[in-house]
Ligand binder design. Structure first.
Ligand code: NAD
Ligand code: ZN
Ligand code: ZN
Length: 386
């Protein structure tokens, strides 16, 4: 066995050679896991807006990450081999890799106030693992690992603190969505916003993150859930997820925040921004009621600033951000898998398309055009549900 572990795996991956260029399918080499690392076979991966943004917005709204890079961070797979000192995983385990670790030992992991574990943080943000190198290479060149994950590859290696072991009957081609988008939106409502029963909510952006936020508002017992999107084609699905009504800002004669304040007689109790645009963030804050309104930002931008009229905060509103929906990742994700298996949480309804890895650029195009909610990329012919 020890011998087998030392073998490099040759497989296919979608490599981003440079920013703003389509991904290219390459033969890559995936090195064996080092100490406290796990090599996994990726079975399925979702394509998240953040993947798109890091590629096409690199150096603009997103900080520049080193290239070449293998993107992908919303996945599920099977443990292939484990490195030295790994005690919690064995080959064959079903797992979800995590872009947010939970080491369980640091000050932040011990605090109930946050999910922001910082284990390996500086390294994973620049695309390398604990020893400062990546396990993926192509044509003799190191290929960086996006957020320490890189799921647009048939195999990858992740730290053992960035991996959740899930139940063996979980369908990997569905639960992959719990690796990012669905967990983020759902948690934005229930963990970060702490949406209450009988409240009113507005969800800006009706992609996977926004639809999951709607699902969270519904589970929390909100009575009025207003979906907001500039693409009217998203409204039907939003209603399926629990939106009571939907509004298109482009079809309003006044700013969307004014429309929402009027619709609710003073503003919504909770607004959730799931777009990633500073202008929408300000509108979301201003659509909440003074005195107790809460605005949660889930949409991602790293270099831009939003404007806040100070009086809006002085009057009692709260502005919060959420990372991975506030879930402590290693323990939260298996519970979300249980919720899906117990039909408390939808996943299948997010999936609008399933494509093989060599069609990955189509998934990006469909997300940009608004034709998809989530495309799931199937990386393996085995282990699909159905
Ligand atoms: P998506 O592209 O599928 O959905 C975005 C939606 O916003 C689309 O339906 C689009 O039509 C809509 N939209 C665009 N401009 C709008 C506007 N001005 N007003 C209203 N709606 C508008 O994206 P997604 O995968 O659902 O991700 C949404 C955001 O969440 C992205 O910014 C992504 O990077 C971010 N994200 C954050 C985290 C986190 O941990 N906080 C995790 C995952 C994703
Ligand atoms: Zn994501
Ligand atoms: Zn920690």
């Amino acid at each position: 066995l020890a011998n087998m572990l030392t073998l490099v795996i040759k497989c296919k991956a979608a490599v981003a050679w440079e920013p703003r260029k389509p991904l290219s399918i390459e033969d890559v080499e995936v090195a064996p896991p080092k100490v406290h690392e796990v090599r996994i076979k990726i079975v399925a991966t979702g394509v998240c807006h953040t993947d798109l943004e890091y590629l096409y917005g690199a150096g603009k709204a997103m900080k520049f990450r080193p290239f070449p890079l293998v993107l992908g961070h919303e996945a599920a797979g099977i443990v292939e081999s484990v490195g030295p000192e790994v005690t919690k995983f064995s080959p064959g385990d079903k797992v979800i890799p995590l872009f947010l670790p939970q080491c369980g030992e640091c000050e932040r992991c011990r605090s109930p106030k946050t999910n922001q574990c910082r284990k390996n943080w500086a390294n994973t943000q620049v695309g390398v693992l604990a020893d400062g190198t990546s396990r993926i290479s192509c044509k003799g060149q190191q290929v960086y690992q996006f957020l320490g994950v890189s799921s647009f590859s048939q195999y990858t290696v992740v730290p053992d603190t960035s991996l959740a072991k899930i139940r063996s009957d979980a369908p990997l081609d569905k639960v992959c969505l719990l690796g990012c988008g669905v967990s983020t939106g759902y948690g934005a409502a229930i963990n970060t916003g702490k949406v209450e029963k009988d409240s009113s909510c507005a969800v800006f952006g009706l992609g996977a993150v926004g639809l999951a936020a709607i699902m969270g508002c519904k589970v929390a017992g909100a009575t009025r859930i207003i979906g907001v999107d500039i693409n009217t084609a998203k409204f039907e699905k939003a209603k399926e997820f629990g939106a009571s009504e939907c509004v298109n800002p482009n079809q309003c004669s006044r700013p969307i925040q004014e429309v929402l304040v009027d619709m609710t007689g003073g503003g919504v109790d909770y607004a959730l921004e799931c777009v990633g645009s500073p202008g929408v963030m300000s509108a979301a804050l201003e659509s909440t009621i003074d005195a107790w309104g809460t605005c949660v930002i889930a949409g991602w931008t790293e270099t831009e600033a939003m404007s806040v009229v100070v009086e809006k905060i002085l009057m009692g509103r709260t502005l919060k951000g959420t990372y991975f929906g506030g879930w402590k990742s290693v323990e939260g994700v298996p519970k979300l898998v249980d919720d899906y298996m117990n039909k408390k949480l939808k996943l299948d309804e997010f999936i609008t398309n399933i494509l093989p890895l060599d069609q990955i650029n189509v998934a990006f195009a469909d997300m940009t055009s608004g034709n998809s909610i989530r495309t799931v990329i199937s990386l393996s012919t085995e282990e699909t549900s159905g």
